[in-house]
Every structure is written in C-alpha cells, then in structure tokens.
Design a binder for this molecule. Structure first.
Ligand code: GUN
Ligand code: ZN
Length: 442
C-alpha cells in the first residue's frame, strides 16, 4: 500500500559544492513511499497520477525534508549542555567527564539514553554517529533505546586508558574484549552499526590505538570515529605525548585508523599535509560549529577542506555543542563562514541542507540508503511545520520560494517546529501539538 505525503518538498540529490542545481524543490510537492522505500517524488499532481490508489496525507502547511544526519554527538553529555566559560581540556575535566562517570550506574545511564534518543528524534535526526559511553552497560542502554526508537545509529564503547578519570579508563586488552562483545551483539542488528571509538590520542596509549585498529577491521561495515585537531592546547599535548609523530593525524594513521569509514570530529587546526592525507585516504571530517564557538576552539577552515577534497558533514557535538538541532548547527556553520570573510566559503540554503543530510549519509557510508529522497532510498524524512503566529511562520510568509523558505528554516526552526519524523516510512516521532499524544518515540 502506497502512502503519499503532500507538502512543500526539498532535498539535495546532488552536491552543491560541485553542482549549480543541487537543490530540488517542489512547491506543491509530494513523496510517495511503499514498504519503507521512496517510490516517487515530484509535483503532487504527477505523484498522485502515478499512484492513484495511494492514500494521501495532506501536509500542505509543512515542509518535508530528508531526515537529518548528525555525524558527531555524545550521548552521555545531554545533561551538561550549556556549561559555559571553559575551553576544551578544562570543560572535559570539570564538567563533562564527571557527568560521564555517573553513567557507571546502569539506572542513570538508561534514563540518559532515553532522553538522548528522544532528543534526536524530536529534532528530526533519523541517522547519527553517536559517541557512546565508557561503560559496557551504559552502551547497551544506548543500543537498546535506539533499537526501541527505530533510529539509524552507529555507536560504540568509548575507549581510553590514560589521562581522563580512573573510572573511565580500561586497559587495552579489556577494551578489546568489551568492544568485541558489543560489536558481536549489536553490529548489523536492525539499523544499528558499530563504531570503534578511541576518545582522542590524548587519552589513548599506543597499545590502545593499536587495539582500535584491529577492532576497526574486525567486521564489514564497522566505522571508526574520534577527535582530531580541535584546539591548540590539545594539539600541543598530542605532540608531547607522541614525540615520534609529525602531526596529530599520524597518531591515528600509524594504527590503521584513517580510511573510508573513519570520521574525525573538528579538525579546526588542520595542516595542509594532514588535509591531503585525509583526502587520499577517503576519510571524513565532522564539522561541529556550535561546539567550536562554545569552547572557543577556533574557526573551521571549510574552504581548505573542500579544496583539498576532504569529505565534510555536520555534527552537533552535544554537550559542547549547543543543542541537538541540525537546523541550528547549519545556521552556525553559515555564521562561521561569514565571519571568516575572504577565507570563508559562503554557504546558502542548498549547502546547509546538503551538509545536514546527504553529506552525512555519504560520510557514514549510507549514500545509497538515505540522505535524499530519490526513489529507491529509505523513506526517512521530517516534516517541519511552523506554529501559528510564530516568527518562523511570519518569515515563511515572506519567503518567495521554497529555497528562501529553507533559509528561514535553518535560521528559525528548532525542536518545537518538528511535527513528524519517519524512518523507513514508520513514525519515530510526532509532536504533542500534532498528535495530542506525548510525543514519545517508538
Ligand atoms: N575531545 C575528547 N573528548 C571530547 C569531548 O567529549 N568533546 C569534545 N568537544 N572534544 C573532545
Ligand atoms: Zn566530540
């Protein structure tokens, strides 16, 4: 049975950094899906004529976009969002790590996992690469919550064996065993995949990084994610800890951690040679602009990444990031490039939509599955509907085209404007305002 959603529709089936007609929009548009897959997208009349028996959902007040893809977000940090006044290393020591240590309590971890997963769905994020917990049971809690909610998530146990808090550290051998156990239980189960997750070189010995290299090659489709070149102090610390390395990237390269399934968060202070090597390896960078501003980490050199041929997508990096909204993160990316002046890469609505959806799908190896609404892809989408009388609804009234409306959405639409979210055609979130229900997932 075919379902047709009638709405204003926008997606980016092509890359706006290389194509002038990346954005495809349908003012009175529709997406039809069946068996969880998109079967048609286009003007409503054409879609309806092609599927005359389809049941039509009238969402003409809403804008339909592909589900958002968050390429870097920390589940145990949802309760420390907004901890102001600190740069990265102090923020970790004083705010984030003490909170992460609380997830040793499985009951606490389960409630954080539920809040986090609900937050993703409520913000229209259907796919995410999630930085997990240092504790086995807490990581199980995340996978269980994701599985109940029906989201598409890659995640894994975070590994560290030095320099954090003793309770967050495990010796390399134990880290290997625990990761294998989780990987075997969860990788490929439903929409879940495993991501090998050394926290960052600052908190990993050579032996632990080597174990991570082994884990990353253990099963097909496993991802690897970590942090890279986030702040100047962190880069200096890595140089002290790894005197043999010429730069930060080499600490990962030596252990086989830089490849097509690797996603590095930040890379604000990247050297030209590092960019060339990331591009040659097909590795990707998760740009996290709200976090970079919040911690004062620096201005992301997007133009240098794009010119070097490094794949870039967006991450909210909660809890250093300022929220789970990929629309908000898109706006921050736009701000940063504007502030960089001549060094910046000016972004428009098509770039922001691409970075928040299809770029992420590509970075996570899911380009054939999600990221846009081309027929054959999974019906993962979000309906954004402005509340009556809101500033967003005023701005949308003033926008002459769907492309203009997209600019208004990135600027003004947040969690309260997300009315419904679907993964493979199934509702994973519907807002209390729309459904009269609790807005719960799953
Ligand atoms: N580097 C190592 N751990 C973290 C973290 O939790 N957040 C950020 N922003 N950077 C990190
Ligand atoms: Zn991070």
């Amino acid at each position: 049975m075919t379902t047709i959603v009638r709405a204003k529709v926008a997606h980016t089936p092509r890359n706006p950094f290389v194509s002038d007609d990346a954005l495809e929009v349908f003012e009175d548009g529709a997406v039809a899906f069946e068996g969880g897959r998109v079967v048609a997208i286009g003007p409503y009349r054409a879609v309806q004529t092609g599927h005359p028996d389809g049941s039509v959902l009238d969402e003409r007040e809403a804008i339909l976009l592909p589900g958002f893809v968050d390429c870097h977000v920390h589940y145990p940090q949802i309760r420390v969002i907004g901890a102001m006044g600190l740069e990265l290393l102090d923020w970790l020591r004083l705010r984030s790590l003490p909170e992460e240590a609380r997830l040793a309590d499985p009951g606490y971890a389960a409630s954080v996992a539920d809040q986090f997963v609900r937050g993703l769905a409520a913000n229209g994020t259907t796919t995410a690469l999630v930085f997990g917990s240092h504790f086995l049971e807490a990581q199980e809690a995340l996978f269980s919550a994701v599985s109940r909610a029906g989201l598409r998530v890659a995640s894994g146990l975070v590994l560290s064996d030095r320099g954090l808090l003793p309770s967050l550290e495990v010796p390399a051998g134990r880290g290997f065993e625990l990761s294998r156990e989780l990987m075997e239980r969860w990788h490929g189960r439903g929409l879940i995949r495993y991501a090998v997750t050394p926290r960052f070189s600052v908190s990993c010995s050579d032996e632990l990084l080597s174990v991570c290299g082994e884990l990353a090659g253990a099963l097909d489709g496993v991802l690897m994610t970590t942090h890279l070149n986030e702040t100047r102090d962190e880069v200096s610390l890595v140089a002290e800890l790894f005197p043999w390395a010429h730069d930060y990237l080499e600490t990962y390269e030596r252990y086989g951690l830089v490849g097509e399934r690797s996603v590095f968060a930040h890379n604000v202070h990247a050297g030209d040679d590092e960019l060339a090597r990331l591009a040659a390896a097909g590795a990707a960078v998760a740009h996290c602009p709200s976090s970079n501003s919040f911690l004062g980490s620096g201005m992301f050199p997007l133009r240098r990444h794009v010119e070097a041929g490094v794949r870039v997508a967006l991450g909210t990096d909660v809890g250093a990031g300022t929220g789970l909204s990929m629309l908000g993160e898109g706006l921050m990316a736009y701000h940063v490039q504007m502030l960089e002046g001549a060094d910046g890469l000016p972004l428009g609505p098509a770039h922001l939509l691409w970075l928040a959806t299809a770029a992420g799908a590509s970075v996570l190896g899911l380009a054939d599955e999600v990221g846009d609404l081309t027929p054959g892809k999974s019906a993962d989408f979000v309906l954004v509907r402005p509340a009556g009388g809101s500033t967003l609804s005023a701005a949308l009234e003033g926008s002459g085209s769907v492309a203009d409306a997209l600019g208004a959405l990135f600027t003004l639409a947040r969690e309260d404007a997300i009315s419904e979210v679907r993964v493979a055609g199934e509702v994973v979130y519907s807002s209390p305002a729309t459904s009269g229900a609790s807005g719960a997932v799953g």
